[in-house]
Design a protein around this ligand. Sequence first.
Ligand code: ADP
Length: 492
Amino acid sequence: MPETLKKQMDQILENKGLGRPPRILLTAAECSPLAKTGGLADVVGSLPKYLRKMGFDARVMIPYHRIIKERYGDQVEYLFSFDIHMGWRTKFVGVNRLVLNKVTIWLIENEEYFGGPIYMSDREGEQYAFFTRAVLEALPQLDFIPDVIHCNDWHTGMLPLLLKTQYVYSPLGGTKTLLTIHNIAYQGLCKFDFVQDFLSIPDGCLGLMERYGMADFLKAGCVMADKVNTVSPSYAWEICTPEYGEGLDGVLSMRGDVGGIVNGIDQSVWNPGKDNSIPVKYTRSKMMGKVQCKTALLEAVGLEINPNRPLIGMVTRLVEQKGIELMMDAMDNLLNERDFAFVLLGNGERRYEDWFRGLEARHPGKVCAWIGYDDDLSHWIYAGCDFYLMPSRFEPCGISQLIAMAYGTLPIVRETGGLRDTVQAYNMFTGEGTGFSFANMDGGDMAYAIRRALDTYEDKDAMAQLMKQAMSVDSSCDKWAFDYGNLYLSMF
Ligand code: ADP
């Protein structure tokens, strides 16, 4: 933790005059490393660690998923249990505790809802409506009354609505809520009558969660949370527009206070100077190792071993969000026209996987499509490539471009959401920049940006300077936690 940030926070805390560390509860469906399907888990897993270093009493509450029981069951301590009423039903709630990296994680147990997958495809709404109720009922019994409950995505979106309509005269009456939107495309739409009954929502409050005749968990949070934010400043204003708002733009615009804090990356994992999974370590001042990483990568993925030929990489879920259509439009022509190699590590929708397999077959020795999920190979790609391509349709924050920059691999991105906020386009006149970018959802525009990158590759001095600049970008978690700390404190 940099001394200056810590000192600044100490001063802010002293001015607040609380006389004790501020209490923050992070609640979500996932938390890394216990249960993870996406970036949400990384945020919930890392943020409390750094908040504690800042002087906050930050704790976590998530479901006790089967996968956690299987992997961590022997470290989990049972605390107590009770019953709750969900409409006319009575449900069991077990409360357990696990301490990881000095952070207390409370685990809500119920076999029916959390004995299977993290998301029960046909009963997700019911699963997380139950979880939300259990969180609010468990907290007073744990003797932990948070100053702020930090909700994340639709799964905990209903919590601010319940808190403000049903818990005003409870010990939680003074607790504030923050809702962070990690991806507005998922809103937890659910049968309206069921949710009303299951959560006993009063008639007068139904409009707070209704959309198209369904119950919308995320809308409830957007309307009722004391504060709503998201994971980058650009995404914050984008979701207030019809183009990106997925129907919630009006509600969010009306609030007028939606901000964005860019996620940090965990430098104990993503640091080419300390990364044990890459072939040779390197740093900003000793870059030789990066060339060796490139040669090793080319060999490992079966591409022609020509370290002088530019290599573009991608590590991604293969879903519409990631802008694969742009590549379908432009990559074949570009590969025929220019001398460069391309490596993809990814999996997801079958149509995209098949297209990448085809691209590999059409350009042998120049293209590798590695279909699957592989943590180690992802490190090799970040370290071994010259450029990293991310032509996303939308990108709330994006972590891959931050990792790529930390490894001196220059991102080529579409200017949207967190990509716009974190990658500074190369200015050939001033030498400033950390990557390349293009604006339109258009294959031609993307190809033009790739050509600019390939042209720059020929200028060794410009490349060296750009790589240094990219590696100097501060994506540390300390700065990230400091910004969240400030946000919490502004709420009470
Ligand atoms: P998103 O959260 O939308 O998937 P991000 O860029 O924010 O996109 O984060 C994706 C993270 O998942 C990165 O750390 C990336 O390296 C990792 N990842 C994605 N697909 C794979 C894969 N097939 N194999 C290994 N890691 C992957």
